[in-house]
Write a new protein. Sequence first.
Length: 606
Amino acid sequence: MRLIVAEKKSVADAIKDCLARPVMSGNGVHIAQDGTHITWLSGHMMTLFEPHDYDALWKKWSVEHLPILPKSFQYKPLEEPRISKQLRVVVDLMKRATEVVNAGDPDREGNLLVMEVVEHAQYKGKLSRFIAGSQDTATVRTALKAIKPYDTFRLQLDAAKARSWGDWLVGMNCSRAATKLLANNSLVSVGRVQTPVLGMVVKRDRAIEAFKQRNYFEIAATVRVGSTQVVLRFNPQDEALRIWDKAVAETLATSLRNTTVTVSVISEQAREAPPKLHTLGTFQQWANKQLKWSATKSLEILQSLYERKATTYPRTDIDALPEEHIALIPATLIAAATHVVVPEGIAAEPTIRKSTYNSKKVVEHHALAPTTDASALNGIDEKQLCAYKEVALRYVLNLMPDCEYTATRMSFTSDKQTFSATGRIVTARGWQAHRDVKPTADKELPAIEDSAEGVVVGTEVFACKTSPPEPYTEALLLADMMAAHKFVTNPMQAAILKSSKGLGTSATRAAILDELKDRSYIEVIKGKVRATPFGCDVIDALPAALSDPALTAIWEMRFGQIEEGELELSSFIDDLSEFIVRNIDAMKSAPRKIANMPTAKAAKGT
């Protein structure tokens, strides 16, 4: 008997609808006419052992019992009645199966989630893997025809275990050490991702507190060429090139008056592509800015649309679609047109961009997109509709032509200072002609020939002030989590972080922010994310290595090596164990302790 094990019931239902009928359903399983059984999990149904499951001595939080380094990692079922009932169904089916198809979500975590149950059931038969980026019928049918032998996914499973086991080791050991050694038994939760994110917030807050406003000066020069005048400004964005002394600016302005200058004029035709298709992270940023939704709320709403089969899988960091989705464009536009304006002619002659339709960019997931199922939109609520419209709008815009314009830059240079002005005249609106897009306004410069000589007939000095760093909002913090390579000085590590999409994953970033709030490390005040005094103390007291974003870069590099067969899972765990021992030793001799204790809702270490 062939058994397909989906990660959630909605996926099992989508698979069921694509198999030979009639289908019998009930008691946690669908049975197709050809005898294929389809069952499902309820997310993670297994969890790693707690320390005391390995050794009763480890139940008590004690520095003497550190480090906690199990000889092997074991799992146990989550103790929830709903999960326990369905787990019994899945395990019983596995005992009778001749083939198990892992239909977990198409990433490391989805692979691991199903394999935890496979290993728990001690299943030893044939294994296969089903990969689908969305639950619409066309995608699922294609995926069912492309089920692969599982062996090609075993190294991906090892990489997933490395992440899971590694996070367990860091959390269990460093949290206990920090709680006992630094915080007088007030719980300090330490994590490979959450601690560097907290460090980013603390650093931003302190940069704002330490900011001292400075005056700098810009100069506007009015240049007359024949009967035409144009204002060119010296206003460099690079602080190293700014004029900080008013007297220097006024001297330069005075020296320019009545001088003859040569005006350089460069005009070129340029194109602006539409905004890329949404990833979960970019959607969360948009929703936080536009709707004030938290990252968690955005994910919940997108997940509900996915389960309705209205949009594709939400937990994605990829902004492209596979090339086979080109064939789905007409049907997708028909579905989208029920709630989004689809300009006439797009379905017949869509603009196909390599940046949007590129199978090489699609590794595990693909970009957020509407599906071909118009009926999935029946009865959606206001928030779901708002989210759907944004996802669908991006999809429609990416099928429209580029915005074309003429870009002009006029400038002259005097005493190494460059004065300039830029202009932009749109020649073809393209995607900016869509009704729901605010077009970029034209900025026209006067008609002046390149290398024309002109006279500076007037100058004016403007006093400007430097601005402090902008406080984090959830949108800005998510953006920096996705671009965490900016905070890493080692070029190789920065490149790894950039390629791995930063700190956390699309599936975990919302939960990380929630945990930081729940632990009283950060708080959101009038939309601004701030570190609490307790959060600041935690960063000051912990070893710097634990709050360094480079740690995640190193881990991601190791995960990649494991997936490529270049590093053994056991070697990764051995190296990590040494890292943990070093940091426990550092906490034992830490010069600073945590003075500002958390609020009452943060639990005590036991």
